[in-house]
Design a protein around this ligand. Structure first.
Ligand code: NI
Length: 262
């Protein structure tokens, strides 16, 4: 059965799976078969950005989307595929095969209980290929295990930073200094979420230009301070508040369509 959005709630605590009991999840499933998984990464974000940027932003967008839609949000998967950032201290990466296994197992767990629509709010471009492979494998496993939801199981990658209105606003605010990694838009969102991060902000020299991504040693050689074409000093907390609203609004439409589809 296609699901409709349960509807806005006043606090994000109301939609956190971690704060529900199992009978409450059973009751939720009678009304809605959708669930949101925040997916991030724990990796360097230039000399002034927080290591947790991709996980913090994905979780914040997911919780705001959950609050506006009433759809349950699971705990964040804070570790992603960040092998190319391992040349920088603090980065913690899963190999593609590990991340694939993690996402596969999480989807299967949810599908076993009757969730049919898994909406992954992603904060890191490096996760996309692996997550899509995990979804393909999960469909196959659901079928081979003969799960009742198998024919209706759908997973979707929702990359908040690639939502049309988010990219448009980033272009207006930052032009080509948005760059591709440690971008002012994602840093702005972290500044909105955590006041203490403002202390790191300082002007930086011109970043290395955007280019290709290979292994960690090559990445460090091409992008010596970790940034790809970006100027995170342009980021302001009020921009971050705006990005959060813009992303949650754009993804809400996407989520509604995803749940309603046959
Ligand atoms: Ni990032």
């Amino acid at each position: 059965m296609p699901s409709t959005l349960p509807g806005e709630v006043s606090s994000s605590d109301a939609i956190r799976l971690a704060l529900r009991s199992w009978p409450e999840v059973d009751t939720y499933l009678e009304q809605c078969k959708g669930v949101i998984i925040p997916l991030g990464s724990t990796e360097q974000h230039g000399p002034t950005g927080a290591i947790g940027t991709d996980a913090l932003t994905a979780e914040a967008v997911a919780l705001e989307l959950g609050r506006r839609s009433g759809v349950l949000v699971t705990p964040a998967q804070a570790f992603g595929m960040a092998e190319h950032h391992l040349g920088f201290a603090g980065t913690m990466s899963l190999q593609p095969s590990t991340l694939m296994a993690v996402l596969h197992d999480l989807v299967l767990s949810l599908a076993t209980h009757g969730f049919e629509r898994i909406f992954v709010v992603n904060g890191h471009g490096g996760n996309i290929a692996t997550a899509k492979a995990a979804f393909a494998q999960a469909y196959g496993t659901a079928t081979s295990r003969d799960l009742p939801v198998a024919p209706r199981l759908r997973c979707r990658m929702a990359n908040w930073f690639m939502a049309g209105p988010v990219m448009q606003r980033a272009r207006e605010l930052y032009g080509n200094r948005e760059g591709q990694h440690a971008t002012p838009s994602e840093i702005a969102l972290t500044l909105h979420l955590h006041d203490s991060l403002m202390e790191k902000q300082r002007p930086l020299p011109e970043a290395a230009p955007c280019g290709s991504i290979h292994g960690p040693a090559d990445f460090r050689r091409r992008y010596p301070d970790g940034r790809m074409g970006s100027d995170p000093y342009l980021a302001k907390p009020d921009h971050g508040a705006e990005f959060l609203t813009t992303a949650a609004t754009a993804l809400r439409d996407d989520l509604e369509t995803f749940l309603a589809a046959a």
